[in-house]
Design a binder for this molecule. Structure first.
Ligand SMILES: [Zn+2]
Length: 289
């Protein structure tokens, strides 16, 4: 009887120890998030299509007030489609969602980064092909539900040099532009075969520079999918395994919105101190029972 009692106590200790370690390690893992900024700063160099007004920042107050305390405030004017920004579905789709109508949960999702840098190296007019999607899926598995899929063409490094970003010396004439984008057949396939929250990339339009008919814009509009342009720093996150957030201004009736785009990657810091802490907690629990 005494042996059975001892065995029971030992078993209980082991169960408590195991559960404690699992709980603590989960809690630490949840906090072990690294955050990555995928946004270009909005300023006078912000890149926008030539038809749109330029960014304008006015300092209204910066200094000591008459009462002797420091005070700063400014005003800014900008086009909706400026710098790192979202195209709402209504931009090219009559009756499509406007910015304030897009559910916030549709602006968060697993990050899928399609790297086409080697393809665009000698071809500014490259359009992201279905084979690029297949290559990604062969490497990382099927595109997860609710994905935010971005093309990484290496364009972030060119920003905000207009000649490099537009691929043209004439920044005012879109018929001269040469930069990569998405092929409409690829987008059509994705929308029919995968559950996608947002599509976009690091170039100034998800239709490539040579386009004059904007078929990808029309497809996204017709399917109520927001698109992203001039996304930054896509080299900083893994091609699979991040969560991407599109924090657009909630502009009432907006056709687009400058956005703070960012990603989180859990366990990215590979934190050895937290792992040591988990092991120590385990030893502590085992010894105290
Ligand atoms: Zn736009």
């Amino acid at each position: 009887m005494r042996i059975a009692n001892k065995m029971y106590k030992m078993l209980r200790s082991v169960v408590i120890a195991v559960f404690s370690v699992i709980l603590i390690s989960n809690a630490i893992h949840a906090l072990d998030l690294e955050v990555f900024d995928l946004t270009h700063a909005q300023d006078g160099d912000a890149i926008a299509w030539p038809i749109y007004p330029q960014y304008n920042f006015t300092i209204l107050q910066r200094g000591l007030t008459e009462d002797g305390y420091w005070l700063e405030y400014n005003a800014f004017e900008m086009a909706e489609h400026s710098g790192t920004h979202m195209d709402a579905p209504c931009h090219f789709g009559e009756g499509g969602l406007r910015v304030h109508q897009i559910p916030l949960e549709k602006l968060v999702g697993p990050g899928v980064i399609i790297n086409v840098k080697s393809k665009v190296e000698n071809n500014n007019d490259y359009r992201l092909a279905l084979s690029d999607i297949q290559d990604w899926e062969n490497k990382y598995n099927i595109i997860p539900d609710g994905a935010i899929v971005f093309m990484n063409a290496g364009w972030s490094q060119k920003y905000p040099n207009k000649t490099l970003v537009f691929g043209s010396d004439d920044h005012m004439d879109p018929t001269t532009f040469h930069f990569p984008g998405w092929h409409e057949d690829t987008v059509d396939w994705l929308l029919k075969n995968r559950n996608i929250h947002v599509i976009g990339g690091d170039t100034p339009s998800f239709d490539y520079g040579l386009s004059t008919t904007y078929p990808v814009h029309k497809l996204l509009g017709a399917n109520n999918i927001p698109g992203m342009e001039n996304v930054a720093n896509l080299d900083s996150i893994p091609e699979s395994g991040s969560i991407i957030y599109v924090a657009a201004f909630k502009i009432y009736d907006g056709s687009g919105s400058p956005s703070r785009v960012f990603a989180t990657v859990s366990g990215a810091t590979n934190n050895w101190s937290s792992k040591c802490l988990i092991i120590l907690m385990g030893i502590f629990y085992c010894r105290s029972y």
